[in-house]
Design a protein around this ligand. Structure first.
Ligand SMILES: [Zn+2]
Length: 269
């Protein structure tokens, strides 16, 4: 079982201006969480890693500096990946795998984002064969990063909301847990889903009052099915059928890290 990662070519990364140094997995001992900074992130999808890449190229770096970036929908984008030295925290760029969760200011991470960041941690531990130390950027450098919410999550041991993570069977699949200050329109924007559809799916009527901790089911609708074959991933299936794999995931309530099993029957959106 492994996490589904959107490759550099899939999100349209530019070529490295000079190849980053290779780092063997045996040198990795730490896993660092970052955020985007003091300003909330409103971009979604591939625009997120592309914007970070532009900024890092502007710093004179060879390309995006984080090893991976996780967005609010739980998508994981490849940056330096598993084998290259990072550019995310001085003195920790070889020992530390740097992961940015794309939120800023006082934005709250979604359950999907935290599940993916945790699944990626579990994957990193599996690949290195050791329990990597959990760190926030501020543990290695004088910075506010990763912000108070993500730092508290790191200090709590990076729990996967809903008990999910890499087991693929969590009750958190296709759901969102309402956080303080959330409104339906903000949640819709955050997740890239129409808030009216979220309201309809959950039978919420005007004036659309939400409770903190309320678990919302995310909408999906189906026509036709596809049976998963050995070696398939959601992105392969999506490309084969000409359907966005994110929509297939949503239609089937498959949470990040998007684990599917051969023989599983997917409803098509
Ligand atoms: Zn940072």
């Amino acid at each position: 079982m492994s996490v589904n990662i959107i490759s550099r070519s899939q999100w349209g990364a530019r070529a490295w201006t000079s190849a980053p140094a290779n780092v063997p997995l045996s040198e990795r001992t730490e896993y660092f969480i970052h955020y985007d900074g003091g300003t909330p992130v409103s971009r979604t999808g591939n625009a997120i890693p592309r914007a970070i890449e532009s900024e890092h190229l502007g710093n004179g770096w060879s390309g995006i500096g984080y090893h991976f970036v996780v967005d609010q929908a739980g998508n994981i984008y490849e940056g330096r990946g598993w084998s290259y030295q990072g550019a995310h925290c001085p003195n920790h760029n070889r020992s530390g795998i740097g992961v940015q969760i794309a939120i800023g200011g006082d934005q709250a991470p979604t359950d999907a984002a935290l599940r993916s960041a945790r699944a990626l941690y579990d994957e990193a531990c599996a690949r290195t064969g050791r329990r990597l130390a959990m760190r926030g950027h501020r543990d290695g450098f004088a910075t506010e990063c990763p912000g108070r919410r993500l730092y508290a999550w790191v200090q709590a041991g990076m729990p996967a909301p809903g008990g999910g993570g890499n087991d693929g069977g969590s009750p958190g699949g296709g759901t969102y847990t309402v956080q303080r200050g959330d409104t339906l329109s903000e949640i819709g924007e955050k997740l890239g889903i129409s808030w009216q559809k979220i309201a309809e799916t959950n039978g919420i009527r005007s004036p659309y009052v939400l409770q903190i901790g309320q678990v919302l089911r995310l909408p999906g609708s189906g026509s036709g099915t596809y049976t998963v074959r050995s070696g398939d991933s959601l992105s392969v299936i999506g490309a084969r059928l000409g359907i966005s794999w994110q929509r297939i995931a949503s239609a089937n309530g498959i949470p990040a890290p998007y684990v599917i099993q051969p023989g599983q029957v997917l409803r098509l959106p």
